[in-house]
Design a binder for this molecule. Structure first.
Ligand SMILES: Cc1ncc(COP(=O)(O)O)c(C=O)c1O
Length: 454
């Protein structure tokens, strides 16, 4: 950008009327119920950073800004039953100040032609992976993309011939099924088994499903929606079976930064088996870490040049200037913000666990290890309201979709139906927990009141 434009960033912000600059926190606080009312005007402010602490408690109202999490569900509830968007995987927190600052600075240069280079972005990606995950990646082996989707679809097209299949350990991110469909291939699920309060891989089933038409295995680490952070021995074991069967591992690690305090993330590409690693590609982005999904920025890499070349043949993506600016700022200056956000969400998970166990005894809870999702088991409530018997006559795709609707009508809370996550999702609903804790508490109270009355 033009550094000689005489722009003084601070004075620009003052002159532009950013009177709610750091310090004016009190006037910005809105109560949860006010924030959740549709149509309430969003809080427009410059992000706060007081005494070294970022503020995740003050509700940041996203409604009314064409926001998928808060503005999409109410379209199905025109009578106003919808109150809480706990579905789509984005955070409700005001973003890291360094991101807004960088964008504001770039916006002062009034020209939007093609970008010259994305080298700085790649170099920050390499640095982040080295510093955060102790994973040594060669910059020349990183391909930038505008989302995990385009890279994954290219990999599926590259490795899976027509009539071939992708193997998925489910319940798993619904997008994998959409990607497979875009790549014109089939999927097969190997269901995780709930054992001693943790979702575990059923290795016997997984290997049985590795038939000759299966060409890729999708690993989701951490697993969305169950929250598993896969351990080194688990990844090694699945990596070795996949290799024996000539199946390429596609490891989606988009949630790799959102890890609970007592867990450790293991990148697939850092496993201590070179052959296993060279049989894989990893897909990642910093978009879950910093809530940058709308900035369309992601990457994939492999430690095998041959694998990478094969996928690159089927992939093409261009990044937007503002996306690059925002992502570089997050990588470079966002660490402190994220560490605090992650610790906050860790405490929110604990709060939810205690609440569900104490106040919603009929709802099954499995402790989350990573991601900002929690996967709750509402099978008992669903049975009580006859969801299985009712859903078809109500024009719903599955019993879980019927329950989604029931929950909105009875509590205002919108959750994602477990059935969209493949086998193992029956009776479950996914809840996004990345909100201010006062909102999460309102959501829990509303759900408990609905569930406990049936
Ligand atoms: C596991 C997983 N992969 C990929 C995505 C989507 O990634 P992108 O928006 O970069 O395509 C999501 C979004 O929720 C996700 O949870």
């Amino acid at each position: 950008m033009n550094k000689n434009a005489g722009l003084n960033r601070r004075s620009f912000m003052k002159n532009a009327g950013f009177t709610a600059l750091a310090g004016a926190t009190g006037s910005l606080a809105v109560g949860a119920s006010q924030a959740n009312a549709q149509g309430a005007s969003p809080t427009q402010s410059y992000p706060r950073h007081a005494n070294g602490n970022f503020d995740f408690d003050t509700v940041y109202n996203r409604a009314g800004n064409n926001c998928a999490r808060w503005d999409s569900p109410p379209r199905n509830y025109p009578s106003g039953e919808f109150k809480f968007g706990m579905g789509v995987a984005s955070m409700d927190f005001e973003c890291a100040p360094c991101i807004t600052e960088a964008l504001m600075e770039r916006v002062q240069h009034h020209s939007w032609g093609y970008l010259a280079s994305t080298e700085e972005l790649t170099s920050e990606i390499v640095k982040w992976n080295g510093e955060h995950h102790n994973n040594d990646i060669d910059a020349s082996m990183v391909t930038l993309s505008d989302g995990v989707y385009p890279g994954m679809i290219a990999a599926m097209r590259s490795f899976v011939p027509r009539g071939g299949k992708a193997l998925i350990m489910s319940p798993a991110y619904s997008g994998f099924y959409t990607m497979a469909s875009a790549a014109n291939i089939e999927t097969v699920d190997s269901e995780l088994k709930l054992k001693n309060g943790r979702y575990e891989i059923d290795y016997e089933d997984l290997e049985t499903k590795m038939t000759s038409d299966v060409r890729v295995l999708i690993v989701c680490n951490p697993q969305n929606p169950t929250g598993n952070v896969w351990r080194e021995e688990e990844l090694l074991r699945i990596g070795r079976v996949a290799l024996e069967h000539g199946i390429v591992v596609l490891s989606d690690e988009i949630h790799s930064d959102v890890i609970r305090g007592d867990q450790r993330f293991t990148p697939f590409s850092a496993l201590p088996d070179r052959d296993v690693v060279n049989n894989s590609l990893t897909f990642n982005a910093i978009s879950k870490t910093f809530n940058l999904a709308g900035m369309k920025n992601a990457y994939y890499y492999s430690k095998s040049p041959t694998m990478l070349r094969r996928v690159n043949q089927y992939h093409r993506a261009e990044l937007s200037t503002l996306g690059v600016v925002a992502n570089v700022a997050a990588y470079k200056y966002g660490r402190e913000w994220f560490d605090q956000a992650n610790a906050y969400m860790d405490r929110t998970h604990t709060m939810i666990e205690e609440y569900v166990k104490t106040n919603m005894p009929s709802v099954g809870y499995v402790r989350n290890e990573g991601t900002y999702m929690t996967f709750l088991d509402f099978a008992k409530t669903m049975a009580s309201i006859g969801a299985e018997a009712q859903y078809e006559s109500h024009g719903k795709r599955t019993a879980e979709h019927y329950f989604q609707d029931w929950m909105v009508h009875n509590s205002g809370v919108y959750l994602n139906p477990g059935s969209v996550y493949g086998k193992g999702g029956a009776g479950r609903m996914r809840m996004n927990i990345a909100s201010s804790q006062s909102v999460v508490k309102d959501v829990l109270d509303a759900m408990a009141a609905a569930v406990n009355k049936v």
